[in-house]
Design a protein around this ligand. Structure first.
Ligand code: PEP
Length: 257
């Protein structure tokens, strides 16, 4: 991480877990257990049904609340969907876009991701854009090309001003929920390729301000090594974000110099 140019961000992704009523206790415990997290932005991405309780519980704390998905339209006949404006109106600050589970199980395309990123920024939300390769792509040595392609598609027609809102999460699919974490060197190699691509599109100044997170089997035991890498600016954490104590330990790891 490089705190001179960009924020360290620790974001939990609860996925489809817990009940709304559990949000308050979790946030109270996390607030107590995480040491004064002045170097690090903390985000909790909860299911839609938990947002109201989570936003209320996080008021006055350093924890920002995020959603895990959004629709790209402002409003209209999209039964079952939730717009970015609705999220922003509730006090939500971040939204995960293009998580591999959404791409895999719900057919989300690069073009959908791009539309959602634009909608999120227009509504004042910070999109956390997920990029990642399958095991097959990595075994073929094509991961950097794949990530560059996903990144360019996600950011199509996004200008340098809008880029300031964007957070990128590199999440190799083979590392998500598997216990098989990427090595810090692998994560940093991809992080650096992402930054290089941003530099080629937006210039050095805009590129160095973007926080690039790593996600995939991060835990309190491996987070420190990952966060020591120059192009890993924090983490997107699934399983280990479900317990306040383990998320607090990961936040503490992100505070170390
Ligand atoms: C995720 O789903 O974003 C994730 C990183 O999951 P896990 O930490 O459980 O691998």
């Amino acid at each position: 991480m490089n705190r001179r140019y960009r924020k360290t961000i620790i974001a939990g992704n609860w996925k489809m877990n817990k009940l709304p009523g559990e949000s308050k206790d979790f946030i109270v415990q996390l607030k107590e257990q995480a040491s004064a997290a002045k170097w690090c932005d903390i985000v909790l991405c909860v299911p839609f049904t938990h947002l109201h309780a989570a936003v209320k519980a996080a008021r006055g704390t350093r924890i920002a609340i995020g959603a895990q998905n959004c629709h790209f339209a402002e409003k209209g006949a999209y039964t079952g969907e939730v717009s970015c404006r609705m999220l922003a109106d509730m006090g939500v600050k971040y939204v995960i876009i293009g998580h591999s589970e959404r791409r895999q199980y719900f057919g989300e395309t690069d073009s959908d991701v791009n539309k959602k990123v634009k909608a999120a920024i227009d509504a004042g939300l910070r999109p956390i854009i997920c990029l990642g390769e399958s095991l097959e792509i990595r075994e073929n040595g094509a991961e950097l090309d794949h990530i560059r392609m996903q990144l360019k598609a996600a950011l199509k027609d996004i200008d340098a001003q809008q880029l300031r809102k964007v957070v990128i999460a590199y999440e190799p699919i083979w590392a998500i929920g598997t216990g098989r974490i990427a090595t810090p060197q692998q994560a940093d190699e991809v992080g650096s390729a992402i930054r290089e691509t941003l530099r080629s599109i937006y210039g050095a100044r805009a590129a160095r301000g973007v926080s690039i997170l790593y996600g995939g089997s991060l835990s309190e035991s491996n987070a420190g090594g990952m966060f020591a890498m120059p192009d890993v600016d924090g983490g997107l954490i699934g399983g280990a974000s479900l317990e306040p104590a383990s998320l607090a330990s990961i936040i503490d790891a992100a505070q170390q110099d």
